[in-house]
Design a protein. Structure first.
Length: 208
């Protein structure tokens, strides 16, 4: 094999080894765990967060497998025509009957930064709603002198926007119309201290 050959599967053996240890420990501490979990999942939460590897939903909320249904994309954006995100939302609301939908952004988000500083190709298209938001909220953002704080403010505004976008989807509107109990929450995670901040921009029903 030459030096430039791509890494082989053997290099991932440590991941499979860690998986075997995790499964054995889990079963030892809770016999029948996997058998029970394989028959059903009934999470109360749908998490829509950023793809950033430092913001794993289960880990930062202390939730076990089976407890949170997850959709992640760059900068936690809900596009009205994204059949991936909307299919996840439909399944979570109509089949799993989650009671909470959490939009969780994070400070220091590279996607938010790219939206402002410019991106290319598909990423440019994907981040369009964030760039438009930054334009619309220029007055709010311009008073924040520090650039990283300004981007963090945009992270928060983006979460609030996505909460509103979610609330206007036919899936959520229909759930509320039939009286299904469903709350949307807007949160932001801080990479620097590991804490989640509730942005108090959630919704529990349609606007009057
Ligand atoms: Zn991010």
């Amino acid at each position: 094999m030459s030096d430039s050959a791509p890494p082989g599967p053997a290099l991932l053996d440590h991941l499979l080894g860690q998986n075997r240890r995790w499964a054995a420990e889990r079963e030892a501490s809770d016999p029948g765990y996997f058998d029970r979990l394989s028959h059903q999942q009934s999470p109360e939460y749908l998490w829509i967060g950023c793809s950033d590897s430092r913001v794993p939903a289960n880990v930062i909320t202390g939730l076990d497998p089976g407890e949170v249904f997850v959709h992640r994309n760059i900068a936690n954006v809900v596009h009205g025509a994204d059949i991936n995100c909307l299919s996840v939302l439909q399944f979570a609301v109509e089949n799993l009957k989650v009671r909470h939908v959490i939009i969780c952004g994070h400070y220091g988000c590279g996607g938010i930064k790219a939206a402002v500083e410019g991106a290319t190709g598909l990423l440019d298209y994907w981040l369009h709603p964030v760039r438009r938001l930054a334009r619309e909220q220029r007055d709010v953002l311009d008073v924040v002198a520090d650039e990283s704080h300004r981007l963090d403010r945009l992270c928060e505004l983006n979460v609030a926007l996505q909460v509103e976008t979610l609330a206007r989807t036919p899936i959520i509107e229909a759930a509320w119309a039939r009286g299904q109990e469903l709350r949307i929450h807007g949160w932001c995670y801080d990479l620097k201290d590991g804490l989640i901040r509730n942005l108090e921009c959630g919704r529990a029903g349609p606007r009057d």
